[in-house]
Each structure stands twice: as structure tokens, then as C-alpha cells.
Design a protein around this ligand. Structure first.
Ligand SMILES: [Zn+2]
Length: 142
């Protein structure tokens, strides 16, 4: 038996056992080979640091894959928050006041960002004003 480190087109790494090297190609062509995480049949032999990957225990490999997914999600979130910031007027501590003015038509409708205490935020929501909390995102992931 031969053990291969495999990776699907979504970057999930896993291991596969084959009777011979041609067995991998046969199973792949017949669509028999699937990623155990997402079911993708687009699977190839992992070329990325196989020595490191095979030295790790299986659960550690899954932890690494999960961290990568989290990292990608985090980067997407940061991009979304940046886009919101770029398209909004920063009204700072006047946020609750401005949000009310916009809601009641006393100020131009526009996107604003600023600070509100939890009590102020709750009061705004109670009045039917749509607000959302922007997560604070440190720059540890770039
Ligand atoms: Zn997968």
C-alpha cells in the first residue's frame, strides 16, 4: 500500500491509501475519490510541504485546515468592514443622534458609523432604527 497526502480544490488536506501509484489515477478517473470534508471529487496529490503534513497527526492537519478557512473568512470580513467604513460618514459620538435624525427624515439618508453605548444601541433598535455592530478587527492577520 502507498499513502498519499491529497488535497481537494478547496484546499482540504487528507490522506489516501492506494495499492499502487496507478491506483490513485484509476480511482480519481472513476470519480471514486472524494474529499472527506466537502465531497469534491477534484482531488490531487498534495505538493505543499508533504514532509510536514505527513509528520503531523490527522487531527492536527484538520486543525490547520480549519485555521486557514478561518483566516480566509477573517480577511473577507475585514474587506467588508473596510468597504463599509469607506462608504460611511464617521459621526463619532454623535452616532445615536444622527441615526435618529436620518431615521425620522431630519437629515439626509446616508450610511454613518460612530460610537454608541450598549444602552444607546438598544434604544435605537427599540425605535426601529437599523443599526449593526461593526466588529473590532485587529491587524494581526493580513
Ligand atoms: Zn474538500
Amino acid at each position: 500500500m502507498i499513502r498519499y497526502s491529497l488535497v481537494c480544490d478547496h484546499g482540504h488536506e487528507f490522506e489516501g491509501w492506494f495499492s499502487e501509484s496507478a491506483d490513485f489515477e484509476r480511482q480519481k478517473e472513476s470519480g471514486f475519490l472524494g474529499c472527506p470534508v466537502c465531497g469534491s471529487s477534484s482531488v490531487s496529490k498534495s505538493l505543499m510541504a508533504p514532509a510536514v503534513a505527513t509528520a503531523r497527526k490527522k487531527d492536527e492537519q484538520q486543525a490547520v485546515a480549519f485555521d486557514q478557512a478561518q483566516r480566509e473568512a477573517y480577511i473577507k470580513l475585514k474587506e467588508a468592514v473596510s468597504a463599509i467604513r469607506a462608504n460611511s460618514e464617521d459621526v463619532g459620538e454623535r452616532f445615536p443622534e444622527e441615526a435618529r435624525k436620518i431615521h425620522y427624515g431630519e437629515a439626509d439618508a446616508r450610511g454613518i458609523i460612530g460610537q454608541a453605548s450598549p444602552d444607546e444601541a438598544r434604544a435605537l433598535v427599540d425605535e426601529g432604527i437599523e443599526i449593526a455592530a461593526l466588529p473590532f478587527l485587529p491587524d494581526e492577520v493580513n
